[in-house]
Design a protein. Sequence first.
Length: 213
Amino acid sequence: MSPVNTRVRTPTENPAISNHTSLPKHGVVGVLRLGSVGEAVVKIVAANLQEILQLPVDILPARQTPEFAFSDQRKQYHAALILKKLAESRRPHPRILALVSVDLFIPILTHVFGEAQIGGRAAVVSLHRLKQKEEGGGVSLDTFYERAAKVALHEVAHTFDLVHCKQPECIMRLSSGPGDLDELPLFFCEYCEAFLEESYRRYGIQKLPDWSQ
Ligand SMILES: [Zn+2]
Ligand SMILES: [Zn+2]
């Protein structure tokens, strides 16, 4: 589980995403979009999670924008309320990741790219700020997809108890802006990778075979 580069993976490169007939009926991670989120980014995020986490990932039917989490005061959506709702999902998946296009916040921060329950079930990623350059203007579609995959990987890893990491070459490093995010690799450092393996064992989670071998 050591991808050699940080190139974002596309769904067609991954045979298991649409065809895991020999695997259990449902994946470990269910990815769903809430509101107006493009289908392509959902597929790319799912394919990257599946390959890098080595877990079966399912794309779940889209749902509406989580209006219940909208704050009139902040004009943003409260990430923790979305997580709470996701955690109550009746889906069989042990982990649920939602992608939203609205801006997310938690009370102590102006905004967040994503939020997750540490060692819990739910994670959410906002695509809202990932399309923009810090200095203004938009980024290329490739950069946008790569950022989305990175935030998703980081947040889902939190649900497996991973915390922030100080290693320079690690997706679990804390990033404060989208530019920071572009510096991060799309993989874990060896410590976080070992921690993740241990976490899978603890949660009784079976990994997929490594396609790259
Ligand atoms: Zn984090
Ligand atoms: Zn690390």
